[in-house]
Design a protein around this ligand. Structure first.
Ligand code: NDP
Length: 451
């Protein structure tokens, strides 16, 4: 990791002490503090007002028991989380993650990142995140529904369209949002559509929300490439993951003329030199919920499946890398392999997928690097558009919504670039995103007094 300004070191030490055993949260805070030395030099009042300390402390953390009954009639217990991180700019906003690795430190890192990401969109949304250590893999529809209903039986009292508005994340897609929203509606006896985003079109969802994170990352990388006078056209691209973000990244990259030759899941990756067949991928992952090896089997000769213990998707040579699976999935070793193979741009679709060492290697090699809190903000920005449509009881067309998304992503790109320039680090999108997001939240908090 890079050095932190000495005035900020005690803040990191205190965050580490108070949040012991939460390495992902420490990593996320460290990465933001690395950028803030130049901000406190310019605005010393942020230190006097303890604004950084306040931003690092969630406003509220809710941890609860989720009992549910499986198909065999056995009682199962999971743990639920909602971290309401910061509401200076609007209601808490951020997804729910269902994955066995979920713990309070992971939800805190995601909520912290989300606060700055939401600020970067320029929309009136605060930051929050939630989830459970529940593993949806291999569960029946009935089990998923009973689990979601039990979770919402507790969580509903902490939500509201003016209070806290969840959405999806890893393991939480349209099906899970439907079950959670259904139970929320039943318990509250009112149709409060704006309390959840990522809803299906049938009951108040927004067109283009499903596609928004992957499309948004692609728009961001396209804007970075344009600063070097190039584009996706004819480029070879590798995308990790094969879930929501990965799928729609592949779709948009292909529409811009790029060729995606590899994607993955936690079991391994597939290499398809002719270009990923997206219709087949969607059928296998989205409809049939099968493993990625099935893609290679169905596609036949010339397409290979490489298990996770035999290689990394980042061994595949490409011009553009778009990590879209999970945190810390792209190591320093992976970054060195990508640089050696001539990568020119990296766009983080996932949250914090590149380790600090990997980020440093990309930046030192002059690779265009888009941090997740800027590049994957298209999902939450379109969630805010969904809230707007719900509030006005309106429903926009796909093209209208996507056009707004494209404008927002270009705006975020330009804000990051201009902020990096203003603070003396042209081309450093990490610094630009951290400072622009931080200053927007910090200014609002300063005006709201010590609360
Ligand atoms: P999905 O659950 O739809 O897909 C996740 C994908 O990543 C799956 O292919 C999954 O494989 C893979 N994956 C998950 N954990 C691991 C792991 N430990 N090792 C290797 N692969 C893994 O989630 P999303 O696409 O929604 O989210 C992906 C990332 O994007 C996350 O970091 C999320 O926080 C971020 N994000 C998502 C947004 C959204 O709108 N959905 C918005 C902004 C960020 P497998 O099925 O084998 O687990």
């Amino acid at each position: 990791m890079n050095a932190i300004d000495e005035k900020l070191q005690p803040i990191l030490a205190e965050v580490t002490r108070r949040n012991a055993g939460e390495p992902e949260f420490h990593q996320a805070v460290h990465e933001v503090l690395e950028s803030l030395g130049r901000v406190v030099a310019k605005h010393p009042q942020y230190l006097d007002l303890a604004l950084i300390e306040r931003i690092c402390e969630p406003e509220r953390q809710i941890i609860f028991r989720i009992p549910w009954v499986d198909d065999k009639g056995r009682v199962q217990i999971n743990r639920g989380f909602r971290v309401q991180f910061n509401s200076a700019l609007g209601p808490y906003k951020g997804g729910m993650r269902f994955h066995p690795s979920v713990n309070v430190g992971i939800i805190k890192f995601l909520g912290f990142e989300q606060t700055f990401k939401n600020a970067l969109t320029g929309m009136p949304i605060g930051g929050g995140k939630g989830g459970s250590d529940f593993d949806p893999k291999g569960k029946s529809d009935g089990e998923i529904m009973r689990f979601c209903q039990s979770l919402m039986t507790e969580l509903h009292r902490h939500l509201g369209e003016q209070t806290d508005v969840p959405a999806g994340d890893i393991g939480v897609g349209g099906r899970e949002i439907g079950y959670m929203f259904g139970q929320y509606k039943r318990l509250n006896n009112k149709y409060e559509a704006g309390v959840f985003t990522g809803k299906a079109l049938a009951y108040g969802g927004s067109r283009a929300r499903t596609e928004a994170t992957g499309y948004g990352n692609t728009y961001f990388v396209q804007a970075m490439l344009a600063t070097k006078g190039t584009s996706f056209d004819g480029k070879t691209v590798v995308v990790s993951g094969s879930g929501n973000v990965a799928t729609y990244t592949i779709e948009k990259v292909q529409s811009f003329g790029g060729k995606v030759v590899a994607c993955s899941d936690s079991s391994g990756y597939v290499l398809d030199e002719a270009g990923i067949d997206l219709a087949l991928l969607k059928e296998i992952k989205d409809v049939r919920r099968e493993r990625i090896s099935e893609y290679a089997r169905r596609r036949g000769a010339g397409v290979h499946f490489i298990p996770a213990d035999r290689g990394s998707v980042w061994d595949v040579a490409c011009d553009v890398a778009m990590p879209s699976a999970t945190q810390n999935e792209l190591s320093g070793k992976d970054a060195r392999a990508l640089v050696k193979n001539g990568v020119i741009a990296v766009g983080e679709g996932a949250n914090m997928p590149c380790t600090p060492e990997a980020v440093r290697i990309f930046q030192e090699a002059g690779v265009l690097f888009a941090p997740g809190k800027a590049a994957n903000a298209g999902g939450v920005a379109t969630s805010a558009l969904e809230m707007q449509q719900n509030a006005s009881r309106d429903s926009w067309t796909f093209d209208q919504t996507e056009a707004r998304l494209a404008t927002i992503m270009r705006g975020i790109h330009d804000t990051c670039a201009a902020t990096a320039e203003e603070y003396g680090a042209p081309g450093d999108y990490v610094l630009g995103a951290n400072i622009a997001g931080f200053v927007r939240v910090a200014e609002a908090m300063r005006m709201l007094g010590v609360i």
